[in-house]
Design a protein around this ligand. Structure first.
Ligand code: SAM
Length: 198
């Protein structure tokens, strides 16, 4: 189900890259500790901020699939990164058509608070991850920055909140992941977990 949020991102796609890139985007990739040859899903890719770093880390034997539910974001990203080996797909993380046990990493950078049904999205991420695959939920500018930004933008994203990292770690645990890194610094937020098959 898509509320006005979906059209919010559709409307803003063309101007999205006027936001300067934050240096901590590189730290997100570093903390993820990507192994060469991995299959990676970049969820809510927007205009593909993470894409060049993910492509470099996983190398020629790996694969990067970047998804977003806003077709305009995917259009911008496709134009921007047409020379890179990346597949852009319009898809909603609540229900994708990827096979079970497909990805080594599913990275949600700066998008988790916007998911309408978090438990459903986490269940879908669990399904598409391989056993021992890693979920990452990150915010390169930190929790307070994002929460204040959403409040000030208002409208349908006003109440989209980044939870305290320890609370998110508990949510991951109850969705079947073993929490790995739990970082909640003033300017950097990163929570990861490992899928463990029951
Ligand atoms: C704040 S932007 C972040 C974009 C990019 N990850 C970045 O770091 O610049 C959030 C993105 O998540 C996408 N998004 C929100 N909910 C989504 C969902 N349920 N499935 C897929 N994409 C979603 C939006 O369309 C938007 O492009």
């Amino acid at each position: 189900m898509k509320c006005g949020k979906h059209s919010f991102f559709e409307r803003h796609a063309k101007h999205w890259d006027t936001h300067p890139e934050n240096e901590n985007v590189k730290r997100v990739v570093k903390e993820t500790e990507i192994k060469k040859g991995s299959v990676i899903c970049d969820v809510g890719t927007g205009t593909g901020v993470l894409v060049p770093y993910l492509v470099k880390k996983t190398g020629k034997k790996g694969k990067v699939i970047a998804i977003d539910y806003a077709p305009s974001m995917i259009e911008q990203a496709t134009k921007k990164w047409r020379n890179l080996p990346v597949e852009f797909v319009v898809a909603d993380i609540h229900k994708t058509s990827f096979p079970d046990n497909y990805f080594d990493y599913v990275i949600c950078n700066a998008c988790y608070p916007h998911f309408e049904r978090k438990k459903v999205a986490l269940k879908e991420i669990y399904r598409i991850l391989k056993n021992n695959g890693i979920i990452v939920i990150s915010h390169p500018k930190g929790r307070d920055f994002v929460n204040n930004l959403h409040k000030s933008v208002g409208g349908c994203i006003a109440k989209d909140r980044v939870p305290q990292a320890t609370i998110l770690a508990k949510t991951l645990k109850s969705s079947g992941f073993i929490p790995l890194k739990v970082i909640d610094e003033p300017d950097f937020y990163f929570v990861s977990g490992k899928k463990t098959a029951f």
